[in-house]
Design a protein around this ligand. Structure first.
Ligand code: ADP
Ligand code: ZN
Length: 528
């Protein structure tokens, strides 16, 4: 296939001015050009856009690109146009356009000059648009930010759920390319299922960011934590950084405290008007301030390559969020320090935030939080845990660039106690979650336990010399070790893995570190 290779490279050079493909780009482009459904999982900055832009430019007809962010659509179109001499090569169609503008877009589409059309999912809910597209020559459909289709992703958009049926109305045979930067195995299977991808070619790029250093610190009293942050920033004087907090008031307070300590900082949150937000974002991009203290409202579409540190003043609500937010550090491949302050109190605060949500959402949220907690409390290489979360394996035991690798924690022998947990899970026939299992082990009764007569099990109270914190943290460690797992289908039920069953038959020495420092003071006292 040498011919194809040469011409694809030529096309890359001609249309984008690049000399070589990045990562999996070429093989992805070939897959979509051959008409196969294609699924691309690539971290932010990996070069996803080119994977559909290039085939769109060289295929007959026009590609439809579904994108959730109307605000970013114009940027993307401008970017494509900047590579081309013709403005009508790319257009977008969404609710912001006037009637006259829509007419112009349609004329260009019909004339065959337009190769890429960005649409919002809402655009596809309009029947007249579907009818129009049905008569148009469409090369393929690209679904950007495909994780929006999954409730397990960090940005669920219900309209994405209807994409499949809408695409089928246009032309059920069209090849689909789905792209995302955020796919845990759960989100991945949701995307394949909900978009109805047919035997897709799946390309997963590594999520490893070797230049990022990860560290978790126990969060102590507020003024003490702020002193730690100030000290850290002074040690990195003049460098750009982002501090993420959970609530708006804290962003303001923290920014004030930093300024009082001679650090140029601004707060950024959704409560500010659009002008102020844009202004503060620019101040950060133009380095008039060193630090921006923000809620998660900040960051979507921000591309400042030399952010040197990201500090989490509160633990985020999922490991996915953590990865995305820390991912804004070191985009240029140079140093990026990711510090996260962690306490159980903040975990409770996150749980509290979900109190009014429907049960299913609460359960899902709780599981995501648990995974973050496991990460924070783990003594295993942080990178290993993060990559594991994305279904990826680190090729070494020790990355050398996280706190746990640099300063290994003290470990204790837990062989017999692991046996107790496994025996309990087995005695309960794998039909209960962690809280219930811990109650049995520590010998606590509740009406459910009495009804099931579980207080009569031989394991009942077998581990009462340790408290629930101990057992919970051991259970999290056992999960990381792969001895047990949480059932995904049936929410949160603890199951023994094959590895766990083998362990129970023939227990061996197992050393873990269990952390209690996170139960100390911790957390600020702000209302969320
Ligand atoms: P993503 O959507 O995955 O976050 P982008 O599509 O925005 O990534 O690409 C990230 C950056 O990489 C952009 O600045 C883009 O121009 C650049 N890029 C993409 N492909 C190539 C390539 N083959 N060679 C050089 N630079 C590339
Ligand atoms: Zn490590």
């Amino acid at each position: 296939m040498a011919v194809v290779k040469v011409s694809l490279l030529d096309a890359l050079h001609e249309h984008f001015g690049f000399d070589s493909f990045k990562g999996n780009q070429e093989i992805i482009i070939k897959s979509i050009l051959s008409g196969k459904d294609t699924f691309v999982i690539m971290p932010t900055g990996g070069g996803k856009s080119l994977c559909y832009q290039l085939p769109a430019l060289i295929s007959p007809g026009c590609a439809l690109i579904v994108s959730p962010l109307i605000a970013l659509m114009k940027n993307q179109v401008d970017l494509v146009r900047s590579y081309s001499s013709k403005d009508n090569v790319a257009h977008f169609l969404n609710s912001t356009l006037s009637k006259a503008q829509i007419k112009k877009v349609r004329t260009d589409l019909l004339s065959g000059k337009t190769k890429l059309l960005y649409v919002a999912p809402e655009t596809l809910t309009k029947q007249e648009n579907l009818d129009f597209f049905r008569d148009l020559e469409i090369s393929f459909i690209a679904v950007d930010e495909a994780h929006c289709i999954s409730e397990w992703g960090h940005d669920f958009r219900p309209e994405y759920r209807r994409l499949k049926e809408m695409i089928e109305q246009i032309n059920a045979g069209l090849p689909i390319i789905a792209l995302t930067a955020t796919a845990t195995p759960k989100v991945q299977s949701d995307i394949v299922k909900n978009l109805g991808l047919r035997d897709p070619q799946i390309y997963i790029s590594s999520f490893n960011r070797p230049n990022l250093y990860y560290e978790i610190r126990p969060k102590r009293k507020k003024d003490q934590t702020i002193r730690e942050i100030v000290k850290f920033i002074h040690q990195h004087k003049g460098k750009s950084g982002i501090i993420y907090t959970l609530n708006r008031k804290t962003t303001e307070e923290l920014a004030d405290m930093l300024m009082a300590n001679n650090i140029r900082a601004v707060a950024y949150h959704a409560g500010l008007d659009a002008n102020t937000r844009a202004q503060r974002q620019d101040m950060f991009l133009l380095e008039e301030v060193e630090v921006i203290v923000a809620t998660i409202a900040f960051g979507m579409g921000i591309d400042k390559p030399d952010v040197r540190f990201v500090i989490h003043y509160n633990i985020p609500k999922s490991l996915e969020n953590y990865y995305q937010e820390t991912g804004r550090a070191g985009r240029d491949g140079l140093e990026g320090i990711c510090l996260c302050f962690y306490s159980h109190k903040d975990v409770q605060k996150l749980e509290h935030l979900m109190r009014d949500k429907p049960l299913s959402e609460r359960e899902m949220g709780a599981q995501l939080i648990n995974e973050t907690v496991a990460y924070a409390e783990s003594s295993v290489c942080r990178r290993k845990v993060i990559l594991h979360y994305f279904g990826e394996k680190l090729d070494r035991e020790n990355c050398g660039n996280c706190d746990n690798c640099r300063n290994p924690k003290e470990k204790i022998e837990v062989k017999n106690r692991v046996v107790i947990v496994l025996k309990t899970i087995k005695a309960l026939e794998e039909r209960f979650g962690a809280e219930y299992v811990v109650n049995i082990i520590t010998g606590k009764t509740n009406p459910q336990i009495t009804t099931y007569r579980h207080h009569q099990l031989p394991v009942f109270g077998e581990g009462k010399e340790f408290d629930a914190h101990f057992w919970n943290s051991l259970i999290r460690q056992m999960m990381l070790e792969g001895l047990i797992e949480k059932d995904i289908e049936e929410y949160g039920l603890l199951k023994m893995t094959d590895k766990g069953a083998k362990f129970l038959k023939k227990p061996y020495s197992i050393m873990v570190s269990l952390n209690h420092q996170f139960d100390e003071e911790g957390g600020d006292d702000d209302e969320v």
